[in-house]
Design a protein around this ligand. Structure first.
Ligand SMILES: C[C@H](O)CC(=O)SCCNC(=O)CCNC(=O)[C@H](O)C(C)(C)COP(=O)(O)OP(=O)(O)OC[C@H]1O[C@@H](n2cnc3c(N)ncnc32)[C@H](O)[C@@H]1OP(=O)(O)O
Length: 725
């Protein structure tokens, strides 16, 4: 096995005869190959030494282990790191060395025991944890399955159903639940952790406590017939929820193999599947997403200056509409006191009502207790004037998209808010320089663009102007993280990053329909590609009003590449406004179920004749692949412009923005990651071909042309791209 030179494992033998093995690999004690080899060496030493009677395994600095070292996947996938032969770690190390040892071992778990971390703990003969421990097998979120025996041991410790739930959702359980499930044997305070584990290990040795080998437990397993039903149900659910994923099915298969043919057969099945999945495109994409998500808070020239985020103690939200109330909900859910300002009692009441309803829906779903509801809503205060703005640290303006109204608000804010207060706008398209035109506080004006519904959607687009101070960006990044959003910092322009990328997608769909492609086929192909819904279903959901307002902004700013379609305006004339009016591209019943509407063809024909567009026989029978490419290559093209203009700092940020803001399938790694898997040359040549046939909308931008001419990656930074020459 190759070495990565990362992390180590120490062994210390106490006078009680217990060897304490500690995993040391900051920040999360991940299991690099060095750590895994070190662990085996420590175990072998402990087993060899006569002065060692029992073993305790723990992790340094309050973390047991965050699992296998995810940075090693890149090396394995590119061939730079040799992938160990199947079974080396799960069978030879974990099963035949650790678990089968003639000396008992106990895991002392503080903080995290995730993935391979929990898998080590499950090979021990008992597990003691602190109250704040979290235990789980989140491997599926990376496109793999637990590969160190987790698919075999977890079902035997907590039962098949619970184990499948934990693996398929990737959600960890907290110590208390782990204890009630039997995954943890005792919970003790952090300062008693290691001493309790030591005693426990000696108790096992001396027969005062049972010596349990998890792999061979059967008491929690359902009888075979019932188990088969559980597997059948789990497979059906997995296929329904993630039809593009193979790894959940392979995970279920491994668990089933262990139940049907015995745990050793299960271990081998798991090992073979792990080997296959590590090399899959899904794993490559999801690992890229994992690191890219963590990279969005690293902004050169901003987060590398040693600035410490200032504490935001009170926030004001202006406007209690859909966005404002969602934003207020997100803030109070993370314990920020919020004042919500509206223009009159009626609107204020409606705004507060929306926040209450957002929280109530959590109570109904069992995600929030009534007591917590009361406590959370008490953080919200409604106001009608600016008097209580004198001590706010952050304002988020979320009124309608009206430039002069926003300008007035920002000049008012300057009068009432303290000089340190961050002045942000939730605008989704309007240039921030325009909004702040009548204000002198240019350095503290920033965009805080949330996505609807704001208390649910995970992305926060932080928009900086040329004058926004780095301190203000750092402050908002901190608030974003605290309210559990993934913040992406972008530059100021019409539509910022997400909407700019998104716009050509809907336009391409309109262009295709006007030239003969079936709109329901388009939605079907795009959904199959992995988007949560197709462009037409989405336009219905968002509402045509929003679609038209955005289109106008684009037409004004990017006329050369805005495709003008009349389909939506014609539908609006007939009071079709999308799902809210029960009629859009689809018809909606009482349960919001969408069905195709035969009348749609009339609007399409009318739009075609007014615009003098003819049906193109090629486009009338496009393959699903072509539909996807014609809808998304214009998105790639726009993403290249966004990057080239410096609106985004790095391509990976746009990958995250596309996944979290547009719903781009995470298993494709984001818009750039996907584009690079196809190659810049190919994308360029197709866009060129379409731009000759269908006009400037498809014209590849200079950045794309330049990268294609060199065969360079679209995502590579300038330096990287040049070094490929
Ligand atoms: C064979 C086995 O079955 C396969 C496996 O074990 S696969 C790995 C399974 N484990 C996981 O999926 C856990 C992944 N990690 C996480 O979910 C979260 O990082 C966490 C809950 C451990 C910690 O979360 P949090 O405290 O918010 O810190 P977070 O910013 O995410 O991570 C801190 C740093 O540790 C890194 N890190 C976290 N887990 C890591 C891992 N398993 N390997 C390598 N690096 C890891 C992060 O990239 C980040 O690095 P950075 O500071 O350079 O950006």
């Amino acid at each position: 096995m190759s070495s990565t030179g990362k992390g180590r494992t120490t062994i210390e033998v106490g006078p009680d005869g217990v060897a304490l093995i500690t995993i040391i690999h900051p920040p999360v004690n991940s299991l690099s190959f060095d750590v895994l080899n070190g662990l085996r060496d420590c175990y072998e030493q402990a087993l060899r030494r006569d002065d060692v009677k029992a073993i305790v395994i723990t992790g340094a600095k309050g973390k047991f282990s965050g699992g296998f070292d995810i940075t090693a996947f890149g090396g394995i996938q590119s061939g730079k790191l040799e992938q160990p032969k199947p079974g080396l770690i799960s069978v030879e190390y974990f099963t035949d060395t650790f678990e089968a040892a003639k000396k008992p071992s106990v895991a002392a778990i503080d903080g995290l025991a995730l993935g391979g971390g929990l898998e080590i703990a499950m090979t021990c003969h008992a597990r003691i944890s602190t109250p704040n421990a979290q235990l789980g097998l989140p491997e599926l979120q990376l496109g793999i399955l637990p590969g160190f025996g987790g698919t075999q041991r977890l079902p035997r410790l907590v039962g098949i159903s619970k184990a499948l739930e934990m693996m398929l959702t990737s959600k960890p359980v907290k110590a208390e639940e782990a204890h009630s499930l039997g995954l943890v044997d005792a919970i003790v305070s952090p300062n008693e952790l290691v001493s309790t584990a030591r005693r426990w290990a000696l108790d096992i040795l001396e027969g005062r406590r049972p010596w349990i080998i998890s792999l061979y437990r059967t008491d929690k397993l359902d009888p075979l017939g019932e188990a088969r039903d559980i597997f059948k149900f789990a497979r059906a659910q997995a296929r329904k929820q993630a039809p593009n994923y193979r790894h959940p099915i392979l995970c279920i298969d491994s668990v089933e193999e262990g139940i049907v043919s015995g745990p050793r057969a299960g271990l081998w099945k798991e090992a073979e599947s792990f080997k296959e999945l590590v090399q899959s495109d899904t794993c490559k994409s999801l690992v890229h997403v994992f690191f890219s998500m963590r990279g969005t808070t690293k902004v050169p020239g901003v987060t590398d200056r040693g600035l410490v985020p200032r504490r935001v103690k009170k926030v004001a939200v202006l406007g209690g509409g859909l966005m404002g109330s969602g934003i207020a909900t997100a803030l109070i859910l993370s314990n920020y006191p919020v004042i919500l300002k509206e223009v009159n009692e009626k609107f204020l009441e409606a705004g507060i009502g929306r926040v209450r309803a957002n929280l109530q829906s959590r109570v109904k779903k069992g995600k929030m207790t009534q007591e917590k509801f009361e406590k959370t809503i008490s953080l919200l205060k409604g106001v009608l004037d600016y008097e209580s703005f004198r001590d706010v640290d952050l304002v988020i303006e979320a009124v309608i998209e009206d430039v002069s109204l926003k300008q007035k608000i920002f000049s008012d804010l300057e009068k009432y808010c303290p000089p340190h207060c961050i002045l942000s706008s939730n605008t989704s398209t309007i240039d921030l320089n325009l909004i702040g035109e009548r204000s002198k506080s240019q350095d503290r004006i920033i965009g805080a663009h949330f996505f609807s519904p704001a208390h649910v959607m995970p992305l926060l687009e932080i928009v900086r102007t040329k004058t926004t101070s780095p301190q203000v960006i750092v402050d908002l990044l901190d608030v974003g993280t605290k309210i559990k959003k993934t913040p992406v910092v972008v530059g100021n322009c019409t539509g910022f990053a997400v909407n700019r990328m998104f716009f050509p997608y809907t336009q391409a769909a309109m262009l295709l329909v006007e030239r003969g492609t079936d709109l329901y086929q388009i939605d079907k192909a795009i959904t199959k590609f992995g988007m949560p819904m197709g462009p037409f279903r989405l336009a219905d959901l968002v509402g045509f009003g929003v679609a038209v307002a955005t289109a106008l902004q684009y037409l004004e700013n990017f006329p050369e590449r805005t495709y003008k379609s009349l389909i939506i305006p014609l539908m609006q004339e007939d009071k079709r406004a999308g799902e809210a009016s029960r009629k859009g591209f689809y018809l909606y019943d009482d349960k919001r179920k969408a069905s195709p509407d035969p009348e749609i063809k009339n609007y399409i024909e009318k739009a075609r004749s007014i615009s003098d567009v003819a049906i193109d026989p090629k486009l009338a029978k496009l393959s699903e692949k072509d539909i996807v490419e014609m809808a998304f290559f214009p998105v790639v093209n726009e993403a290249c412009r966004v990057l080239d203009e410096g609106i985004a700092v790095k391509a990976a940020d746009l990958d995250i923005a596309s996944i979290m803001g547009m719903g781009f399938p995470p298993f494709r790694g984001g818009v750039f990651f996907w584009a690079d898997s196809l190659g810049s040359k190919y994308i360029y040549s197709r866009l060129e071909e379409w731009s000759r046939a269908y006009g400037g909308f498809f014209k590849p931008c200079a950045y794309l042309a330049e990268r294609a001419s060199r065969g360079a990656l679209l995502s590579a930074s300038m330096d990287q791209a040049k070094s490929r020459l």
